[in-house]
Each structure stands twice: as C-alpha cells, then as structure tokens.
Design a binder for this molecule. Structure first.
Ligand code: GDP
Ligand code: IMO
Ligand code: MG
Length: 443
C-alpha cells in the first residue's frame, strides 16, 4: 500500500527533521510544507555539501521532486529569493518544481519591526523569537487584515492591495513612535516581488489532490516541533502556527485520510532555542558538553541551544497529540562520550509523579524531572549503519526509549550525513516506500 507520510518534530524543534525528510524523499514525488516560515532551519548534509532550508521544503534537493509551500505557511518573499539564489549557487535549481499557495500570507518589513518591538516590550518575559516577522504576519491573518500571495497581483493604485497596505502601514505608524513609513514604498516593493513570484503561485490544494489522484506519494514536512505548537506547545513560549499533525489539513487543504503515516522526530536528548520551560535542562558542564558535541547552535539564528536529557513525558505527549506511528531517534552519536545517561520518565509535582505533560505553566514550573539512569557506551556510534553494530548499552538505551515513549523506533540517526542512518523497522518504512508516480505538472 502506498501512503503519504508526515514528518513532525516531537520536541522543541531542530530534532533533525531536515535530515530525515531528505532520507525519505527518494520514496515520494511531492514534499509539502504546511506551516511556519523562514523561522525554520532544516539542515541536510550530503557528503561535503551542507544545505540549510528555511522556507523551501527539504525535498527540493532531489531532482524531479515537486515542492509545495502551503496556505498555512507565511512567506517572506525576500527571504525566499535569497534561499533560491543560495541553492542555485550550490547547484540546486528550483525551476518550475515549486508551487506556492495563492492563499499563503505574506511577511512584509513592518512585521519584523513590530515583532522586535513587541519582544522588547515584554522585557524578561520575552519569547526569544527568531525576529523574522512570523508572529505578526499570523496575527494579521487571524485579525483578517493579512495580505495573501494572490493579493500581490493587484496592480491598481486604488485597489484592495494598496488599501490594505495603506491601513497596515498607518497602524504601524501609530504603534512605532519616531519614524514614519510611507505606505507607497511598501506597496511598490510588494508589487515588484509579484513579478518574480508569479510563476510559482497557484492552487496548492488542487495540485495535491490531482497529484494524489495520479498516484503521487506526498511527504508532509513539519517545521518547529510539537512543544512549539501554538495550541499544544508550552504557550506562550511557542511559535504562531500548528506544527502538529492537524496543521497539515488546514495548512495544505488536504483531508485527514491523505495522511497515511506519521513519523515523529526526536533527538536522543532534548534541546530548545529561545525562552520557556525545558524541564530536563542542564545548566552546567554536561549541558555545555552536549551543546558542543551536538553542535547545538541554531540553523537560522546561530543562537546556542539549551540542552537537556531525553524527556519521555514530552515525546509521549507528541505521540498522543500527533498520533505518531513511530519515531526516528537522531543524534545518538552525540551521547557517545558519556558514562551514564539519565532518561526522564515522569515529573515529580507536590510529592506526586505526573506521567502526562501538564498544560498549566505554573504546574510545569514546579515539576522536577524523575530520572532513571542508564549506562553509557563510551565508544563511538558515529556513522554506524546497522543496529547490531551498536554497542549493547546503546541498544539498551534505545530499547528503553521505545518502552517509556510507547512507540516503535523506526530510524536511528548516527550522524548528520544521509548515509549515517540505521533503519530499524524495515516493515514500517517499507509501507512508506512503495514506488510513486510523478505528478504531471505543478501548475
Ligand atoms: P531540523 O530543524 O529539525 O531540520 O534540525 P536542524 O537542522 O535545525 O538541527 C539538527 C542538526 O543536527 C543539523 O545540524 C543536522 O545536520 C544535525 N544532525 C542531524 N542528525 C544528526 C545525527 O544523527 N548526528 C549528528 N551528530 N548530527 C545530526
Ligand atoms: P525548525 O523547523 C527551533 C522558536 C524560537 C522561539 C519560538 C517563537 O528548524 O525546527 P518565532 O520566530 O517562531 O515566533 O519564535 O519558536 N523556533 C524554533 N526553535 N526550531 C525551529 O524551527 C524554530 N522556529 C521557531 O526560537 O523560541
Ligand atoms: Mg532547525
């Protein structure tokens, strides 16, 4: 049976989704992003080359694969052009393989400016956003004053695009003291990007429906992670979209039955960039050691990522919220030098042990992780490609992760490169690997 797979972050983002999407792309003909924007940074290493995808689906690296940016994504046209040019310099041509939903919302320069101000106003309650204008663009969408990609086609100086930009810029001028932005300049810029964008714009939902009818297999690529989801994450320290599975239907205009398999991605430990709770966070030397050996610095902003132990409460929660069929455990090799490895199985709260992730931030802040400690393997797993070649302690660690998380491990990643991978559950992946037909065209 041929099914479409979703790849979703099971922690706070940066789990290695890019690597796993790239790995699975050879089994599909379409890869679709359904939410987020260029706050995402998905790294794919192929031999000596490294690619970092922000807005474009990671599938773009595979010749012939069609890539969709859905209506649920917010698009900064300038960032998109830079990404396309960077890829072109690296030998990857987007050509006509890209389709951007005409309903996707646009990020304009005032969104970035408003975000920086909002963060400054929050002071020490700041979210630690990526300052890409993501939140303010989604705010405009929900407030029904947003500008969609298709709106950029409107060239009439007294038309709806000009009116919307005039209103939004005048609202910006009220909020931001000291400087005045001329709406005409913003309008002229928005119009000029349309000329470059137009060739890629179309009805993404229709394209996906037709492609699936023709037998194409689709990979739905999530950005961020379950704990950064606007509804299910550690609110308010979240992003402004639904990276969880429901975002696929709303963010692409596909029905739930189009999703045939859901693969969660989790690191063998935990990281988070930005502010907000991280129950298993390590503040001392061990945290620094994880950060350095895992090269835990943001792919988008370069910020150091906060590091902690694997938190099974979090990943179990991701299993429930997304209906994960399996997980891929990444960065196992980063734990190679450790003598022992704590694994969080619950939270102690007022003398009780919680095994489900609490919704309430005050409760969460009072929780202490409950750990069980497993022996480390103190030998290299980096680059190992067969499960049986892993040291027995590493196998035990993975088996324990599986048991406490309550879902099978389908893939183990032992290095950043495509090849440094162990496919553990052939059966599950096989189900997702049937040959798929190529869709006839993008538009
Ligand atoms: P994403 O946002 O989920 O795609 O993840 P990022 O690309 O932001 O961060 C994951 C980082 O870990 C990237 O630099 C990857 O190249 C790297 N990576 C992925 N899998 C592995 C692995 O198994 N081992 C090691 N050492 N690095 C990995
Ligand atoms: P990928 O797809 C990790 C975090 C930011 C901040 C919060 C809100 O690479 O996993 P935003 O700019 O989205 O309003 O910031 O979300 N964040 C990410 N953290 N990986 C990401 O994407 C992220 N995208 C946003 O650091 O805490
Ligand atoms: Mg990332």
């Amino acid at each position: 049976m041929r099914v479409n797979i979703a790849v979703i972050g099971a922690q706070w983002g940066d789990e290695g989704k890019g690597k796993i999407v790239d790995l699975l792309t050879r089994h599909v003909s379409v890869v679709a992003r359904y939410q987020g924007g260029h706050n995402a940074g998905h790294t794919v290493n192929v031999g000596d080359a490294q690619f970092i995808l922000h807005l474009l689906p990671s599938g773009i690296l595979h010749a012939g694969v069609r890539c969709v940016i859905g209506n649920g994504v917010v698009v900064d046209p300038e960032a998109l052009f830079i990404e396309i040019e960077t890829l072109s310099r690296q030998g990857i041509e987007v050509d006509d393989r890209l389709l951007i939903s005409d309903k996707a919302h646009v990020i304009l320069p005032y969104h970035r400016e408003l975000e920086v101000l909002a963060e400054a106003r929050r002071g020490d309650r700041k979210i630690g956003t990526t300052s890409r204008g993501i939140g303010p663009s989604y705010e405009d969408k929900v407030a029904r004053r947003g500008i969609r990609i298709a709106d950029l086609a409107d060239g009439a100086d007294d038309g709806p695009l000009a009116a919307a930009i005039r209103e939004n810029v005048s609202a910006r001028n009220c909020v931001v003291g000291g400087t005045e932005v001329d709406w005409r300049a913003v309008y002229a810029e928005a119009r000029s990007v349309w000329e470059r964008l137009e060739r890629w714009v179309g009805d993404a939902s229709l394209f996906l429906a037709r492609s699936m009818d023709e037998g194409a297999c689709v990979l739905f690529e999530g950005a961020q992670g379950t704990m950064l989801d606007i509804d299910h994450g550690t609110y308010p320290f979240v992003t402004s979209s639904n990276g969880t599975v429901g975002g696929i239907c709303t963010g692409l205009g596909v029905g739930p039955k189009a999703i045939g398999g859901v693969l969660g991605i989790a690191k063998a430990y935990t990281t988070r960039v930005g502010e907000g709770p991280l129950p298993t966070e390590l503040h001392g030397d061990v945290g620094n050691q994880l950060r350095e050996s895992g090269r835990e610095y943001g792919a988008s902003t370069g910020r150091p990522r906060r590091c902690g132990w694997y938190d099974a409460v979090v990943v179990r929660y991701a299993v429930r919220v997304n209906g994960l069929d399996a997980i891929a455990v990444t960065k196992l090799d980063v734990l190679d030098a450790l003598h022992e490895i704590p694994l969080c199985t619950g939270y102690r709260y007022r003398g009780e042990v919680l095994t489900e992730f609490p919704s309430n931030g005050t409760v969460l802040a009072a929780c202490e992780p409950v750990y069980e400690t497993l022996p480390g393997w103190s030998s290299p797993t980096a680059g190992v490609r067969r499960y049986e070649d892993l040291p027995p302690e590493a196998q035990s660690y993975l088996e324990r992760i599986e048991a406490v998380t309550g879902v099978p491990i389908a893939i183990v990643s032992t290095g950043a490169d495509r090849a440094e991978t162990i496919v553990v559950r052939e059966g599950l992946i096989d189900r997702w690997q049937a040959d798929a037909a190529m869709p006839a065209s993008v538009s």
